[in-house]
Write a protein that binds this ligand. Structure first.
Ligand code: ASP
Length: 439
């Protein structure tokens, strides 16, 4: 069984972190392909190499002097090389990048150098072959990731290579030019490599011991999620939980490869398993809670609404015409509620409301802003009675007024709408009722 191991920026921020990474890789000989990010922050106010590269690019593109940030970048890499006692210097690579900056700077090329240089260092340090991501990861003419071309070239390339380092975050476009994924994109590279070689596991190493059940800014020391399905993760990520790069899920999900989120600083912690499905029940009925503020609800009432079979379609059309995605559509007998993101709605509010009035002639049309949506997610909910009752008991005890409830038929989540000012209190109360009661 082969593992692909991706290390995030904080796991590679200095020589000391590189040493931890090497120990992790050498501790398990199935860890054969390594995907590094660029060096990240060493401490709170530190600057990531990728940000320094973007800054250098911005200055160079404006014809300004870029030496200050560029020198910081050089110094950081040189300190890593020295700290690890490596022989090869990157002086020549820096000259090339500097020349590029002076002549015809390209944003993606510059940004990709953080991973590229870290990949070179890592490959020397581990004595693993270096494979430039530009030769194995491709984007099509539309600028989208080309999975067919990438899979065939990457899997053929890795077939006879036992150990390799493949830098994260970039590939090349149809003209052979460097192109990056969006920020945090090394997660995607790791997933792509894992799926190309049909890895047994994709290990994603970071600086936390797994995904947390709730936002630590809201709930103090939330529990770690030990296992979560891709679908649950999607629900949590969509509603605001910050996990891996969202696009990193698709390649491994398609190939059925489990992801294990691990902590470079505490490698023995089990971390979080992200899997297609699992017979493991989680310790608590819920897997996680997350949420977002600033939604609007538009409540449309009309007597005998259900006898107008085109009612829903017409309402949906009014939002479609203004390109506003619908988040939820909870309904009553003679009312229909549409929940949308406030910032998307407000710009074309009058147009949408005018169209609803014209098309469905409602008896009343109310708008309420400042709504937060909380998603309580858990595969365990469908086999457990009383979950909703527990949520509403928690909210009632915390004196939170519930503005909306939506439970998907899949019973994977329950969405609750509350006022923005009640949001944090509501999340805490739900978390505590499930976690402190141990269920
Ligand atoms: N270095 C890139 C960034 O900072 C990509 C990554 O770390 O995944 O966004």
């Amino acid at each position: 069984m082969k593992k692909v191991v991706k290390f995030g920026g904080s796991s590679l921020a200095d020589a000391n972190q590189f040493e931890k990474v090497r120990d992790i890789i050498l501790a398990d000989n199935s860890r054969v392909y390594v995907v590094p990010s660029a060096p990240g922050k060493r401490f709170d106010n530190d600057i990531k190499i990728t940000d320094l590269l973007y800054e250098s690019y911005n200055l160079a593109a404006a014809g300004k002097n870029f030496y200050e940030p560029f020198q910081i970048i050089r110094d950081r890499y040189n300190a890593i090389i020295q700290g690890l006692g490596l022989k090869n210097s990157l002086a020549h690579e820096f000259d090339n990048i500097e020349e590029h900056l002076l002549n015809n700077p390209e944003r993606d090329y510059l940004a990709s150098r953080g991973e590229y240089l870290n990949g070179l260092i890592m490959s020397e340090y581990l004595n693993f072959e270096f494979i430039d991501a530009k030769d194995v990861i491709f984007f099509n003419e539309a600028g989208e990731y080309d999975d067919v071309k990438t899979n065939s070239i990457l899997s053929a390339r890795l077939e006879n290579i036992e150990h390799a380092v493949i830098p994260g975050f970039y590939g090349s476009d149809h003209n052979g030019k460097i192109k990056t994924f969006s920020r945090g994109g090394s997660d995607i590279t790791g997933a792509i490599v894992a799926s190309a070689i049909k890895a047994g596991v994709y290990e994603n190493w970071t600086d936390v011991s797994g995904l947390l059940m709730a936002d630590p800014h809201i709930v103090s020391s939330p529990a770690v999620i030990s296992s979560i399905t891709y679908r649950e993760l999607r629900e949590l990520a969509y509603m605001g939980a910050s996990v891996m790069h969202e696009d990193a899920i698709f390649p491994v999900k398609k190939a059925g490869i489990p992801i294990n989120i691990k902590n470079t600083n505490h490698p023995d912690d089990p971390g979080t398993w992200i899997v297609r499905n699992t017979a493991r029940t989680s310790k608590y009925t819920i897997t996680g809670i997350t949420g977002k503020k600033d939604f609007c609800s538009i409540i449309i009432a009309k007597d005998l609404m259900h006898s107008h079979t085109d009612f829903y379609r017409k309402v949906v059309q009014c939002f479609e015409e203004s390109n506003i995605p619908l988040e939820h559509l909870p309904s009553g007998i003679d009312t229909m509620t549409v929940i949308v993101q406030e910032n998307k709605f407000i710009e074309c509010e009058q147009k949408v409301l005018g169209r609803i009035t014209q098309l469905v002639e409602p008896e009343s049309l109310e708008v309420e802003s400042g709504i937060s949506l909380i998603a309580v997610v858990g595969r365990g909910m469908k086999s457990q009675s009383g979950t909703a009752a527990k949520i509403f008991t928690a909210l009632a005890n915390a004196h939170v007024n519930v503005r909306m409830i939506d439970q998907g038929a899949s019973e994977l989540n329950i969405i609750v709408g509350v006022r923005n000012e009640d949001f944090e209190r509501a999340v805490r109360s739900i978390y505590h009722i499930f976690v402190d009661s141990g269920k």
